[in-house]
Design a protein around this ligand. Sequence first.
Ligand code: G3P
Ligand code: CA
Length: 330
Amino acid sequence: MHSRIVALLLATALLLAGCAAARSGELGTATTALDTPVATRGAQAARPFLTIAHRGASGSAPEHTIASYDLALELGADYIEQDLQQTSDGVLVALHDETLDRTGRGSAENCTGLVRTKTLAQIKTCDVGSWFNDTYPRYARPEYAGLRIPTLEEVFQRYGDRANYYIETKSPERADRMEERLVALLDRYGLRAPSIVRRQVLIQSFSPASLRRVHALDPALPLVQLFYGEETSRTIQAGLAQVADYAVGIGPSKDAVDAALVAAARTRCLDLHPYTVNERPEMQRLIALGVDGMFTNFPRELNEIAGRASGPAATPARAATTPAACQRRR
Ligand code: G3P
Ligand code: CA
């Protein structure tokens, strides 16, 4: 009898052990998780999804104007994007194109041709709102007519630490010391430290040389390498090891993003912010793939699709942070 009881206890113990093993197999996600790249675990735990207002809320207001940035923040964007051009007298201004022709209205002398051949005083005479009213009557507003090109300094003066900035060096090889001027402005407005700590400013460029120049000035500043539309998931993946030497993220065209690119970026501890995503199905596809945020002309719509309430942006709190696991790897 005694031996039967012992046998029964042993069988029960074995059964319980088996169940425990089976459970640990399920959790194992515990085990499996430890085998996955650290970036993935960190990302799942800590990285917020970012709505990046491309040229401001440029679907509904003239791009790169204070009106466009104001609207973006009102609609709950986490970052407002500035494309940088540089005037002949060395001032950084927020404008996408190298020339004034598409969005500038005013005298031909001041408001056509290359920005880098004009002084700030010249380009300040140009109206960069009327073209929008003419092109997009649905979104036109009388107050957009006459809007001016903002300098980066004016943008910092207006929003200070109440906004996050996603700043692109445009045509940096044709601008004298653009990167130095940018970093000096960050210092003047107390934005360097918060950029390092919580990514209040992200600096992006299609030019690896420009990003490397910023990196040489301060290796802790967070940088994002952009990729042109011709690049595919495969060609981008091939260069990620080099990019990870100086950048914290990549900005591919939306069409290049697939599961393999998302996984490769995670493995390298690189955030992934595709551009420029304005259609709802495309937003949904990219969110499902697990991107970390995206550039859009329509921040309200992206916030809706991402399941976030639109409202005044709680910007500093929602700035990106580097997951602890990735910090340790850097
Ligand atoms: O910076 C991301 C995206 O804006 C790149 O395209 O031409 O709009 O500057 P572009
Ligand atoms: Ca840009």
